[in-house]
Design a protein around this ligand. Structure first.
Ligand SMILES: Nc1ncnc2c1ncn2[C@@H]1O[C@H](COP(=O)(O)OP(=O)(O)OP(=O)(O)O)[C@@H](O)[C@H]1O
Ligand SMILES: [Mg+2]
Length: 606
């Protein structure tokens, strides 16, 4: 149980470690990857946007300022289509290009659309292009917006005033310059009105051309002024004036201005890109740094958790070792207990045997006591009955002699009286045989000789139908036995065999065998002489075979059931035994064993 719990705890701790370490790492990694992906996508869009602006802006500026379109410019615009698609502003771009490809009658519209394009690029790519778009828009408007130019000229005039004052120019000449500049301003104002008018009417290209012609007229005036100014005051102001005059009047000035605007825009875009790149690097480094920090923390947590788990596993190992040791001890103990158990069960068996022997001895004693009592009783009864029985027999004999031949017809009654007397005599003999406890009186006899004589006597008594065969194999061997007692054995065996074969008489209807025959055999087996009596009668059933030795067991209507027990008892008193075998339907064999030497106890008793 301890092991199971420990492994379960270790498993739970491991899953805890996995949850603690891997889940935050995965989450953090996911967030970092997503941020990086987003930033990279934005940066890609920014770069694409800048490329687009870089390509489109100068062309648009050139176009807006009236420069005739170039083939290369158109090709570049087409190239920019792909870029616009990638940024996701195809719609705005196609509107602008549509405007560009149509005959340009509203340059301001083109400018406006360009500014919108810049705004769209900005909002799609996360670039802050609105200020750039604003300045671009303003700058381009300036190209067209002459009133602003005029105000620039006024400012210049004021500046020039100041310059003249500080440098001490001759007053007559100064007046002339100022006058000229005043005229210039007025002329430009006039031109301004004309051009404004032309712009309002810009749907008509012819009228716009007229306006340009007016501007060219003004240009001449400005050029005269410039010449004068260069003789009077060469330097930066002159250059500025040239610039301004070019911006105002000369279309090539417009190109110059457009170039400046484009350059500014481009620089601004590059600034933005540089800042963005720096920001990106910073973000990247921050993310990588945070990631490394998280990994470091996760690694440290993992080491700590794994070490504590390993320590617990070590403890579990120690517990397992202890459990193993305890089990070893228990096994050794078990072996010892098994040995003790075996000893105890052996002792128990011995005790049981001894108890059994004791019981048997006790029973034997009780039996002996009873038999002795029975013996006394039987001897008394036999003695008391035999005398009157003798009188009855003698009286019956005398009656038979007196009444024979007198025609009284009492023979049958006399025969019945004789049979009854014989039967009573038999019963008394059986009882005496069985209950006699007195030790046999051993006397060495040539057994075969003795047996032949006894059998011959008994055969005369048995029914004529029964034939007897003797096969005696002991020769002259002398065996110690009590002849009167052993005779009872032989008589009983022959009676039983005869009764089994022909019943009580010679009535063939009651024969169990067609040729009733008894075979008597003697021989030596080991230290015993054996006398076996075999008949070819009905035999004994296995269930009866188990009971024939019991006193009072009989299957006969006239039997006492004491014959076989008496035989066995007499043989035991001789130190021998009785063996009974039978095949049902084929006959039975009763074999008496008599020791060749008299038993010690019997000898002593003798
Ligand atoms: N040779 C035999 N063949 C078949 N059965 C036998 C034989 N000898 C004995 N038995 C059986 O054994 C029983 C017991 O025999 P046992 O001699 O003790 O008494 P019994 O012959 O019945 O009476 P009794 O006291 O007159 O001898 C018999 O009743 C009989 O059934
Ligand atoms: Mg009998």
């Amino acid at each position: 149980m301890v092991i199971v719990n420990a492994s379960r705890t270790a498993g739970m701790r491991l899953s805890g470690i996995i949850l603690t370490l891997i889940v935050p790492i995965i989450l953090l990694g996911g967030i970092l990857a997503n941020t990086l992906r987003h930033e990279i996508a934005l940066t890609q869009k920014e770069i694409l946007g800048l490329q687009l602006v870089d390509i489109v802006t100068p062309i648009l500026i050139e176009k807006a300022s009236g420069k005739p379109g170039e083939r290369t410019a158109e090709q570049r615009l087409k190239l920019a289509v792909g870029l616009a698609e990638k940024i996701g502003i195809s719609e705005e771009y196609s509107e602008l290009i549509g405007l560009f490809e149509s005959k340009l009658t509203r340059p301001d519209k083109l400018v406006e659309e360009t500014a919108h394009l810049l705004h769209a690029v900005g909002s799609n790519s996360n670039l802050i292009l609105d200020p750039v778009a604003e300045s671009f828009f303003l700058a381009l408007t300036n190209i067209m917006n002459l009133p602003d130019l005029v105000s620039h000229l006024h400012a210049f005039q004021f500046e020039l005033d100041g310059a003249i004052a500080t440098r001490g120019i001759d007053s007559a000449e100064l007046k002339r310059i100022l006058l000229m500049l005043g005229e210039l301003s007025a002329a430009i104002e006039r031109s301004s009105d004309s051009i404004n008018h032309a712009r309002e009417e810009s749907a008509d290209p012819g009228r716009y051309e007229n306006a340009l012609a007016v501007i060219r007229g003004i240009e001449k005036e400005i050029s005269v002024t410039r010449d004068v100014m260069s003789t009077v005051h060469p330097g930066a102001e002159t250059l500025t004036l040239t610039m301004l005059s070019k911006q105002t009047i000369d279309p090539s000035g417009k190109y110059l201005m457009a170039g400046e605007v484009w350059k500014q825009t481009s620089n601004r875009l590059r600034d933005i890109l540089t800042t963005r790149k720096a920001d990106m690097w910073l973000e990247l480094l921050t993310i990588v740094g945070l990631g490394m920090l998280a990994m470091l923390l996760a690694g440290a947590a993992a080491v700590w958790l794994f070490r504590s788990t390993l320590r617990r596993l070590d403890l579990v190992e120690v517990e397992i070792q202890r459990a193993d040791d305890a089990r070893g001890e228990a096994e050794a103990m078990h072996d010892k207990i098994a040995v003790i158990n075996n000893d105890i069960s052996a002792l128990n068996k011995e005790l049981a045997n001894k108890v059994l022997h004791l019981k048997e001895a006790q029973e034997e004693l009780v039996q002996k006591g009873r038999l002795e009592q029975l013996g006394h009783l039987t001897a008394t009864i036999a003695h008391e009955i035999r005398n009157p029985l003798g009188s009855v027999r003698t009286s019956a004999f005398l009656l038979d002699r007196k009444l024979r031949g007198k025609g009284l017809d009492v023979e049958a009654q006399l025969i019945r009286i004789n049979r009854g007397v014989t039967r009573c005599d038999n019963i008394i003999n059986q009882l005496l045989d069985y209950s006699r406890t007195k030790q046999p009186a051993f006397r060495p006899e040539i057994l075969d000789e003795w047996l032949a004589r006894i059998v011959a006597e008994e055969a005369a008594r048995l029914p004529v139908a029964v034939s007897i065969k003797c096969s005696l194999g002991l020769g002259d061997r002398q065996i110690p036995f009590d002849p009167s007692r052993l005779q009872r054995v032989i008589v009983n065996l022959l009676d039983n065999a005869s009764e089994a074969l022909v019943g009580a008489g010679d009535d063939p209807g009651k024969f169990s065998s067609q040729r009733p025959c008894i075979e008597i055999e003697t021989k030596v087996i080991g230290s015993n002489a054996t006398i076996s009596v075999t008949d070819n009668g009905p035999g004994i059933s296995p269930s009866n075979l188990a009971k024939v030795r019991q006193p009072l067991f009989t299957t006969k209507s006239f039997g006492t059931g004491l014959g076989v027990p008496a035989i066995e008892k007499i043989l035991e008193q001789h130190g021998g035994s009785l063996e009974i075998s039978s095949v049902e339907g084929r006959g039975a064999t009763f074999c008496a064993y008599l020791p060749l030497q008299p038993p010690v106890r019997a000898n002593e008793a003798a």
